[in-house]
Design a protein around this ligand. Sequence first.
Ligand code: MSP
Length: 507
Amino acid sequence: MTKPRFYLTTAIAYPNGRPHMGHAYEAIASDVIARFKRLDGHEVRFLTGTDEHGLKIDQAARAAGMAPKAYVDQMVAPFQALDAALGISFDRFIRTTDADHKALVQALWQRMAANDDLYLGRYEGWYSVRDEAFYDEAELVTADDGARLSPQGTPVEWTVEESWFFRLSAYQDRLLALYDSQPDFIQPASRFNEMRAFVAGGLSDLSVSRTSFAWGIPVPGDERHVMYVWLDALANYLTGAGGLDGEWWPAALHIVGKDVVRFHTVYWPAFLMSAGLALPKTVFGHGFLLNRGEKMSKSLGNVVDPAEMAQRFGVDRLRWFLCREVAFGEDGSYSDEAIVERTNADLANGIGNLAQRSLAMVAKNLGGVMPVWGEAGETELRLKQAFHAGAEAYFAAMNSLALHRALDAVMAMVTAANGYFAENAPWALAKSGDTTRMAEVLAATLDATRRIVLLAQPFMPGSTSLLLDQLGVAADARDFNGFNTPVAAGTQLPAPAGVFPRITLDG
Ligand code: MSP
């Protein structure tokens, strides 16, 4: 039987500085979804990478006194190191300076030109280098000191140059029809409404080439021009799919931050329509991560190195915290205190405690041999019901990308399992010599733990793998097909060892 395919992507980061927690957050959330889909029977392709052309990178390279290619070559390393530190299971790390990407973008341009959607004109208007975006006069805001700023609060400059234009204005009706016929194209719903209103307000043609600098992909047939960096960057998703007729296209899911939703849900589908290509199924715009409620910025001095955070707290604690604490789609905040508090409560006291207490009793009282199930009594039935509801809530949440709700469901299962264990007090049964009943309670608790750990795998791949070893779950019995299959009685379990020790602020 062939598995259904699932192609997902992150935004590709500008390597003009070091990666920050926002990059880590997007990579982690996307990786959780990729791992979930694999466990849930999909063949997954997961693409991430870096966006290396354009004026912003050109200027940063100049400031560093380097040629742009040499500059990005050294700047990309920390992004790749971060992915490794966070356990990001991508299939390809694309760089827009890769040769196959350059060829793809030029072929895409030719398709759009063949559709008569590109024409030569003269751009006169506002441009933000920081956002790499053009803005209409009406979109600008005025700062206290009178300076004109983009809606994102970045400086804009008046730009006049010859430029190729894309007939974006011709796509207004088709875009509105897309949104109305495919309401899950833009998620969450708040971003859908914002983008629909933007398009309904009218679209101007888009300048898609520049002549005032050379760091980009040349326009085929008019090499004085380099392509607009967003056209180049968005096309990475096609390159990563295997090309214009790539076997992985269309993407099931683009995960991007809220600030770049417009590029992905207005420009990108219009480019694809122009080239006669299928459209991605969903663009999900996640929220922004704030440091103690404040925007991360160099001037505030609150930029932390996410690889260092993963090192300090343990990568799985960081992954768990970010997915549990931030409602996926909304802004969220992190602080060292919150990470310590949350992971001690959920992981040390919750999942870790459940696993350690039951595994330690099996080791001590039953020689580490997986016990035999008993007849289900009232407490077992209640546990079963709680787990049935929990698993259902988990899958519904994961399938609608409500990652935080999925973890709520996992924690409800942890509470039910810890409640079952406390209520049946197997340590008292051991003391009173009722070994049979004690073994039954331990069998039910270990199986509840197995189910919890299976569902937690996308969020904490390393620690769950260690726990599943201890629970005697074979390596080929860890996907969701095996969810309802307990470990066979009589299986010899390895000696238990704590996986989630409590942590303190000073490590
Ligand atoms: N290069 C473009 C994306 C091109 S996609 C074809 C870009 N790069 S970026 O480095 O500025 O941002 C990369 C991703 O990180 C974007 O999805 C962006 O929204 C996200 N984030 C940047 N800062 C963020 C936070 N503070 N919090 C969460 N995500 C943030 O945009």
